[in-house]
Design a binder for this molecule. Structure first.
Ligand code: PRP
Length: 187
């Protein structure tokens, strides 16, 4: 049995395409190359923030050509709401020590920055060699805390986005592209 690309029957049924599969793929390859060069000789642990970041991570690591490791954290800040509450809880923690290691946090999207600020402060107590941030999307119009993002895929407008890992009430993470939904379209 052969698997080919999935064609969504009606990809525009919900929202408008903001970033196509090809645009995302090209940018992920660029980020992977930069990360490979920047960390050559001392590969980092990529700390992925579930669940939204998992699609990005899966593609990003295959664009990196140095022997990195990966680990996962799951935190919750949104529940099923579409706005950040600023409340962060650790649902799942890392499975390995990061002491003395370079850490690269991989996120799907940064909004207010509260989630990331919390994660950085938490990881700093474990004495890593360094912590840097890689996010596919930067919705910087919503930022409430000061953050230095080291690797950014795309800066996106202050609109609700779904697909490529990003959800609407836990659905649409499997869209291969990223679409924008207007407020009145949110069920
Ligand atoms: C999203 C995203 C970040 C966070 C960013 O996760 O993955 O972790 O929100 O928001 P902030 O900058 O305002 O803190 P979400 O809570 O939606 O969980 P998910 O990845 O499981 O969808």
């Amino acid at each position: 049995m052969q698997f080919g690309p999935v064609h969504w029957r009606n990809p525009l049924e919900l929202g408008k395409i903001l970033l196509t599969e090809n645009q995302i793929r090209d940018r992920v390859v660029e980020l992977g190359q930069r990360i490979s060069e920047d960390y050559a000789g001392d590969p980092p642990i990529l700390v992925n923030v579930l669940k939204g970041g998992v699609v990005f991570l899966a593609d990003l690591i295959r664009a990196i050509d140095i022997p990195i490791r990966i680990d996962f954290m799951e935190v919750s800040s949104y529940g099923n709401a579409t706005e950040s509450t600023g409340v962060v809880r650790i649902l799942e923690d890392l499975s390995q020590s990061i002491e003395g290691q370079h850490v690269l946090i991989v996120e799907d999207i940064i909004d207010t920055g509260h989630t990331l600020k919390y994660i950085i402060e938490n990881l700093e107590t474990r004495h890593p060699k360094s912590i840097r941030i890689c996010t596919l999307l930067d919705r910087r119009g919503r930022r409430e805390v000061d953050l230095n993002l080291d690797y950014v895929g795309f800066v996106v407008p202050d609109k609700f986005v779904i697909g490529y890992g990003l959800d609407l009430a836990q659905r649409y993470r499997n869209l291969p592209h990223i679409a924008v939904i207007e407020d009145e379209e949110i069920p």
